[in-house]
Design a protein around this ligand. Structure first.
Ligand SMILES: O=C(O)c1ccccc1NCC(=O)[C@H](O)[C@H](O)COP(=O)(O)O
Length: 385
């Protein structure tokens, strides 16, 4: 076959190993099981790393396993997930039936910035887990104040002002816009947001691409800011949820273009066990339809930014809330957040008219000399209490 580096039949044991989708490991003798990310995070049956909170409730994790003969890449393909996970060194391996092969010249380089970020995360999280194995986080969780009600804060703000509840983002830089604010004091910005009427805060914790950190998240929490905090991180496995909680996070972001349904479902269960909210982010109809079919979703973010091309279109929010989708969201009482590209009161009115009850705003606020005052300009009036 032209361009095939190596074509070989792999041993039947490997077939068996690969046939268990996501290499699922049962957590209990019941039908519950954990997808790959949980397994990679050491949350597997008999693991002394599993948190006691998780062990106690794991029997609640009832997840239907994908069809036994679906390979992991077939599962993600069937869900339209284009973002690949970091391959082991060398070009990605491909499997067709009993054969595995590598394609010549198929680079093992990311195809876009989101894939690059995810590959970086895979590596970064592996290194972080070496330093902070899950069982060590358990002790930290015992000493962290209980999580705040992220969804409740958004609903209260919306009821109080009649405008979408604001998630104000503490973001120094981004791949699409570079450095947004040179004089960046995360605690000062957070306090200014809170004073200006933000219901919740989103804190970037990725260092390499956003110049954020988990230390920023912890400092904001420990500075006495009362707003619930979203850990704005690229979650690729469950360990990160525990780590975010240990740093004071009240909510976690799960990105549908990165995570298969089973991972999202399992991670929502973990967040519920830890008392955290999950903001599940979508960008197109297919991702919205996938997420609407996942049990336990009560907060959906529509990102107007294409995270692969950086194109921003607030019409995305309107498009994804039209027709039956919008009706289903209202029936399920799911709170929708409009994210990205919101700069003016007209933008806010547009997405509110589309059906959002909250908005997530970064650039247009963080660039203001007084970010809290920028909130009044964004909403066209003072929304502070
Ligand atoms: O903003 C980017 O360049 C970016 C690139 C790749 C992945 C995520 C990215 N941004 C995260 C966000 O979605 C935004 O920080 C957030 O929605 C706020 O957007 P904005 O108000 O436009 O700063």
């Amino acid at each position: 076959m032209e361009g095939v580096l190596s074509l070989q039949r792999f041993p039947s044991s490997a077939i068996q190993r690969r046939l268990s989708p996501f290499n699922l490991h049962r957590l209990t003798r019941s039908s519950s099981c954990a997808p790959l990310r949980a397994q990679q995070s050491g949350i597997t049956e008999g693991s002394d790393n599993a948190s006691s909170a998780l062990e106690g409730k794991v029997s609640d994790v009832k997840i239907t396993e994908p069809k036994v003969n679906m390979y992991q890449n077939e599962v993600v393909d069937s869900q339209g997930i284009k973002i690949r996970r970091r391959p082991p060194t060398g070009p990605p391996l491909h499997y067709v039936g009993p054969f595995e092969f590598r394609l010549q010249n198929e680079g093992n380089t990311p195809r876009n910035i989101l894939e690059e970020i995810v590959w970086h995360k895979d590596k970064e999280v592996s290194q972080m887990k070496e330093k902070r194995p899950l069982y060590t986080l358990k002790k930290a969780l015992d000493n962290v104040p209980p999580p705040k009600d992220f969804v409740g804060a958004l609903k209260s703000a919306h009821q109080r002002t009649g405008l979408p509840g604001l998630i104000a983002e503490v973001k120094k830089a981004s791949p699409s816009r570079g450095i947004l604010r040179e004089d960046f004091d995360p605690v000062e910005i957070a306090q200014s947001y809170e004073k200006g009427g933000a219901a919740c805060l989103s804190v970037l914790t990725d260092e390499k691409y956003f110049k954020g950190s988990f230390e920023n998240l912890q400092a904001i929490r420990e500075a006495g800011v009362q707003c619930p905090l979203l850990c704005k991180e690229f979650i690729v496995e469950a360990w990160q949820i525990y780590y975010g909680r240990s740093k004071g996070a009240d909510a976690i972001l799960l990105i549908a273009s990165v995570l298969p349904d089973l991972d999202i479902k399992y991670m929502i269960k973990i967040c519920k066990i830890l008392g955290m909210a999950t903001l599940v982010e979508v960008h197109d109809e297919r991702e919205m339809d996938r997420v609407l079919a996942i049990e336990g979703v009560d907060l959906i973010g529509i990102n107007n930014r294409n995270l692969e091309t950086f194109e921003v279109d607030i019409g995305i929010t309107k498009k994804l809330l039209e027709g039956e989708r919008g009706e289903l969201i209202r029936q399920k009482d799911i709170l929708v957040v409009g994210e990205s590209g919101l700069f003016t009161p007209e933008d806010i009115a547009f997405v509110q008219e589309a059906g959002v009850k909250a908005v997530l705003v970064g650039e247009s606020l963080v660039k203001q000399s007084d970010p809290g005052k920028g909130i009044s300009a964004l909403f066209g009036r003072d929304i502070s209490e």
